[in-house]
Design a protein. Structure first.
Length: 137
């Protein structure tokens, strides 16, 4: 059973119960919806099909099996699984656009891409197999 705060945005986990039991999901945000929302206490996730995070749904964090990993080990696992070592919120440097912050990560291997917000150039989607992003952290 996972607490929402321990789930890492961008990381993938199996669902242990409920409508999506046995499926792999990717965390969109670990912030739960407010109690007055129809989605009370749920977090947004994407269902992973054929290695690609697709449809976004909301589920209860307690239905997500985190394998009792520590947040540090989950972050390391997510970086290994993605193959590029980037994570949402990480500062990066690009030769053309300068310094930026990773906003979103999608896909795996040669199809992986990141949305990075650069202060002077706005948000850009970059193919990670082509873009040379250097972590600044």
């Amino acid at each position: 059973m996972a607490a929402a705060a321990t789930l890492i945005p961008g990381a993938r986990y199996p669902v242990r119960a409920g409508e999506f039991e046995g499926q792999l999901i990717e965390i969109v945000s670990n912030v739960t919806e407010p109690d007055d929302s129809p989605l009370r206490r749920r977090i947004p996730v994407r269902i992973v099909r054929n290695g690609v995070a697709e449809e976004q749904v909301y589920i209860l964090p307690r239905l997500i099996h985190d394998g009792n990993l520590t947040p540090k080990r989950m972050a390391e696992q997510a970086a290994r699984d993605a193959g590029h070592g980037l994570r949402v919120g990480m500062g990066v440097f690009h030769n053309k656009f300068g310094e930026g912050v990773v906003v979103t990560l999608e896909g795996q291997g040669p199809d992986a891409r990141a949305q990075v917000h650069f202060g002077r150039h706005g948000s850009k989607w970059l193919a990670l197999s082509v873009a040379k992003l250097t972590p600044t952290e």
